[in-house]
Ligand binder design. Structure first.
Ligand SMILES: Cc1ncc(COP(=O)(O)O)c(C=O)c1O
Length: 391
């Protein structure tokens, strides 16, 4: 059957390709250590599961009313953003979505016209460029390598602006690099956009997973202008280990949220009702579970960072948050006889039985992504194998 050009032009997800290969090798009995996962290895905390069960028992089995989110969840999001991010929103400024990913997709489709430019710092999360292209937009990449701590500067952002710029995508802490912008760095980027109409998509999926005492500042909290020109995205996925529940949210100007809700009503009809109640319970409930997971990610991140930098030819900035390390391994390409990250990761998997994701999928072919959302034992073994592979 003929596949539409739109879908033919979409890139395959590199993360899924690695997972498939790892699964195939394991099925053949190979002992593979996979550092490919983009999700916490912890189970969803019990009180959140109980809230979902109670919602189901209480008859929350119909379409959510409204589809854009039950009032309990919208209020819980409003309270979270006020409490943790210093942001004042009304429930009408909040939309619940099928994971963070649907919210981002709806937002690009709602704001982008053909030919509009979207500035995306690279390395980037894999879905941004593909979602921009689906909306008819043009991704404009601004690169920041390991030497810059994977952070773009205000000057770079200024230089990338054109009269066609419609959206700036900001993701801190970052998937795939773990880079976390400080409040001052966030302020400085926001200042560049003060006299523009550019809309910032602030992807805050990892806002609670910060290391080394770092603090978080929402992009929308940098100024009144930024508040009026920012969509703030988050989800239960990473903070509460709810990736499989597919529940996220976005907050922003009421007219944009309303238009996104219209598009959502004609596509998915929104997230599952009982997951909305579960996320409301997560946001309103005891946050000790988040700190427990964060502290464990920090311990593992320190270990991975330290061990990677002990290996000759590997340069890895310290992850400031999330659960990824993104080492530049390009100095080892020649010795391994490879030309890029895909071949490098392929050989690591074949020869050392360690699964990592090639950086080229995130717009950085010098690097690979290691997830430390896995046990310390697995990480120790993976690092031993990577060291031996490069010896
Ligand atoms: C930066 C970033 N944004 C958005 C998402 C999407 O999250 P969800 O699983 O809630 O759709 C992810 C998940 O990997 C992510 O890492």
């Amino acid at each position: 059957m003929r596949i539409s050009q739109r879908v033919q032009d979409l890139a395959e997800s590199g993360t899924i390709a690695v997972s498939n290969k790892v699964a195939a090798m394991r099925a053949q009995g190979v002992d593979v250590v996979s550092l490919g996962a983009g999700e916490p290895d912890f189970d969803t905390p019990a009180h959140i599961k109980q809230a979902a069960a109670a919602a189901l028992d209480g008859g929350e089995t119909k379409y959510a009313k409204p589809a854009s989110g039950v009032p309990e969840l919208k209020q819980a999001v409003v309270d979270k953003l006020a409490r943790e991010n210093g942001l004042t929103y009304a429930p009408a400024q909040v939309l619940a979505s099928v994971g963070g990913k649907e919210a981002l997709f709806l937002a690009f489709a709602t704001l982008i016209d053909p030919g509009d430019e979207v500035i995306i710092p690279a390395p980037y999360w894999v879905s941004y460029p593909e979602q921009v292209k689906l909306a008819g937009g043009v991704p404009v990449f601004v690169a920041a390598g390991a030497d810059a701590g994977f952070k773009v500067t205000p000057q770079q952002l200024r230089q990338a602006l054109t009269p066609r710029t419609r959206v700036f995508v900001f993701n801190s802490p970052s998937n795939p690099t773990g880079a976390a912008y400080s409040p001052a760095e966030t302020d400085a980027l926001a200042e560049v956009l003060l006299d523009t109409d550019v809309v910032t998509f602030s992807d805050e999926m990892y806002d609670r997973l910060l290391f080394g005492g770092r603090t978080f500042k929402s992009f929308a909290a940098t100024s009144a202008h930024a508040y009026d020109h920012t969509l703030t995205f988050n989800a239960g996925s990473k903070t509460y280990s709810m990736t499989g529940w597919r529940i996220g949210y976005v907050a922003g100007p009421a007219d944009v949220i309303q238009s996104m809700a219209k598009l959502q009503s004609q596509t998915t009809s929104g997230a599952a009702t009982f997951t909305m109640h579960a996320l409301a319970a997560a946001l309103n409930g005891d946050q000790a579970c988040v700190e427990d997971m964060r502290a464990e990610f920090e311990r593992r991140g320190q270990f991975v960072h330290q061990r990677l930098n002990q290996i000759e030819g590997v340069v890895c900035p310290e992850p400031g948050g999330a659960f990824y390390a993104f080492p530049d391994v390009s100095d080892t390409f020649e010795a391994k006889g490879v030309a890029g990250s895909t071949a490098w990761a392929g050989r690591l998997l074949e020869e050392a039985h360690v699964g990592v994701v090639p950086g080229v999928d995130f717009g950085a072919d010098d690097c690979v992504r290691l997830s430390f959302a896995t046990s310390m034992e697995a990480l120790e073994e993976a690092l031993r194998r990577i060291e031996a592979f490069l010896a």
